[in-house]
Design a protein around this ligand. Structure first.
Ligand SMILES: C[S@@+](CC[C@H](N)C(=O)[O-])C[C@H]1O[C@@H](n2cnc3c(N)ncnc32)[C@H](O)[C@@H]1O
Length: 140
């Protein structure tokens, strides 16, 4: 994911591996921020079944202002410790957040814990740029 190109179209394309094929599925958006990716999720999933988990109260305040997200469950918390029972969630989505996690492996272990057996997790992260100019800014 390149933040300069994180548009609605790229978001929707990036969500395809999540296979959001049933509106009744229970989906969690980890590091959901202001809910930009969640807006892509609720194109396919009933908002009542979607949880946004985010560590920043400031980001969450913006998510809460979005009318389309009013029915979503919005939780302040950390990706390493999610309040879901084991084997209870159908899909895990996280976009542009894993690069900030202090110990990404712990977050992935936590995802394995509460996801149902064999369902996909869609984790969208940065790609190291191939163009020198973009690489210069990425490295900064
Ligand atoms: C670049 S924003 C992406 C937000 C959103 N997923 C999107 O696609 O627009 C990254 C988000 O991850 C959140 N974040 C970073 N570390 C986190 C952690 N350990 N637990 C939960 N959220 C975290 C940040 O607060 C921020 O809102």
């Amino acid at each position: 994911m390149n933040p300069a190109h994180w548009t609605e179209d790229t978001r929707d394309e990036a969500l395809e591996p999540a296979d959001l094929n049933d509106s009744r599925m229970k989906v969690v958006d980890v590091g959901g921020g202001t809910g930009f990716t969640t807006l892509g999720i609720i194109k396919h999933i009933n908002p009542n079944n979607v949880t946004i988990l985010e560590q920043s109260p400031h980001q969450l305040a913006k998510a809460r202002q979005k009318e389309a997200l009013k029915e979503c469950t919005i939780i302040e918390g950390d990706e390493e410790d999610l309040p879901f029972p084991t084997d209870s969630v159908d899909r895990y989505v996280s976009a542009g957040s894993i690069e900030y996690w202090p110990d990404p492996q712990r977050g992935i272990v936590e995802a394995y814990r509460f996801l149902k057996l064999g369902v996909p997790a869609c984790i969208i992260g940065p790609v190291y740029p191939s163009f020198w100019f973009s690489r210069f800014f990425a490295d900064m």
